[in-house]
Design a protein around this ligand. Structure first.
Ligand code: PLP
Length: 389
């Protein structure tokens, strides 16, 4: 039997053979002509994937947390006020990072785990106070909750607040129209829906965000994340000119350029539609199996991943059983419900066959723990939903 396991967690995900091949190419100088071309092209493609023709892209070695750190370090000065639209673990991380750079943070919290704050509540907070920055976690990976970025970003524009979107678990899987929706900084990491092994922080900043950065009165309180250093580097690569600040992750950039090319070849609309179709059919399977989602309603559930409660009589031993059946899933992350639920990533190059394999392995795991259901009921529901389109 094949030993290979299918990796269905909310990052890192399964990567395409072409991306992995690019990782294995001989490493060149970070100033070699063909690398300048690949880096420059990756920057241009990043703008297209973020739907931000006016944006300034940044590609820096690091993880998603560095992308969050970079946004906060460059936009926040001590004493600034920031509003965090709070949907879970990663929203709280953003609050902590903003505070580290001296911001006074107010949180608009979800009424319950698995929910998102109402847009009206966020509007009320913006009406009460003046905030330089508002952060939104598009998909909070701890709850699988999808925030209404379009509506929230509209509020940001209305109240003159910079809108920063943590899209680490969403960009290139969920709909995000950075320019059209008025998002000032959208950020992600390579290992999630972008489809590249871990190690790259990716950001696109609007002209408004860059202007706010240029008008700072105090130096950026982080040496490595400072746009003062990185902007000339990105501009140089855009112009295919050599310039050094800190060594880029050469092989990851090769792989990123390949993956972004694949994403754009599929087309953003088709890609978003594929994620929706796969999420819908996965949820149909869970519902047929009698499992309950963490998000309080289907409209609030992400399309890149799913957070689901263990059914009665089942615990985290399920993950081991499912792994024996060939599929790797993730445990809980939200501190208040950590042991009561699990998570499945279905983003990036994921296809209907991966989805059916995952549902099949989940059924085997549930059966192995004595959970009672009609074998195949989840598979049938997933298949029926897939066939509906
Ligand atoms: C994964 C994730 C992060 C953190 O990214 P790392 O690459 O692990 O540092 C931040 N925000 C969200 C929404 C994520 O899913």
């Amino acid at each position: 039997m094949k030993e290979r396991k299918l990796l269905m967690i909310p990052g890192p995900i399964e990567f395409t053979p072409e991306v992995l091949q690019a990782m294995g190419q001989p490493t060149t100088s970070h100033l070699a002509a063909n690398f300048l071309e690949a880096f420059g092209q990756a920057l241009e493609r990043l703008r297209e994937v973020f739907l931000s023709p006016s944006g300034q892209p940044f590609i820096v070695a690091g993880s998603g947390t560095l992308a969050m750190d970079m946004a906060a370090a460059n936009l926040i000065e001590p004493g600034d006020r920031a509003l965090v639209v709070h949907t879970g673990y990663f929203s709280e991380r953003f609050a902590a990072i903003l505070e580290r750079y001296g911001a006074t943070v107010e949180r608009v919290c979800a009424p319950a785990i698995g929910d998102a704050p109402a847009v009206e509540e966020v509007a009320a907070a913006l009406e009460r106070g003046t905030y330089k920055v508002m952060t939104i976690t598009q998909v909070d990976t701890s709850t699988g909750v999808l925030a209404d970025v379009r509506a929230l970003a509209g509020l940001g524009r209305q109240y003159g607040t910079l809108v920063v979107v943590d899209g680490v678990c969403s960009i290139a899987g969920e709909e995000l129209r950075q320019d059209e929706w008025g998002v000032d900084v959208a950020l992600t990491a390579s290992q999630k829906a972008i489809g590249v092994p871990p190690g790259l922080a990716l950001l696109v900043a609007s002209p408004r965000a860059m202007e706010t950065f240029r008008r700072r009165k105090t130096p950026v309180a982080n040496y490595y994340a400072d746009w003062t250093e990185w902007l000339p580097i990105m501009e140089a690569y855009q112009a295919r000119r050599p310039r050094y600040f800190a060594t880029p992750a050469v092989n990851l950039v090769w792989a990123l350029n390949v993956s972004l090319g694949q994403i754009l070849a599929e087309g953003m609309d088709a890609r978003i539609a594929r994620h929706r179709r796969i999420a819908r059919s996965f949820r149909a399977a869970l519902s047929a199996l009698g499992l309950r989602l963490v998000p309080v309603s289907p409209e609030k559930a992400a399309h890149t991943m799913t957070a689901v409660y263990y059914p009665e009589g089942v615990d985290s031993a399920l993950l081991e059983k499912v792994q024996q059946a060939g599929v790797i899933l993730a445990g809980g992350l939200h501190p208040e419900i950590r042991t009561r639920y699990f998570r499945i990533g279905h983003m990036g190059a994921v296809n209907p066959a991966d989805l059916l394999a995952t549902v099949g392995a989940l059924e085997q795991g549930l059966a192995g723990l004595g959970y009672r259901f009609e074998p195949g009921v989840g598979l049938a529901a997933a298949q029926a939903a897939l066939l509906e389109g």
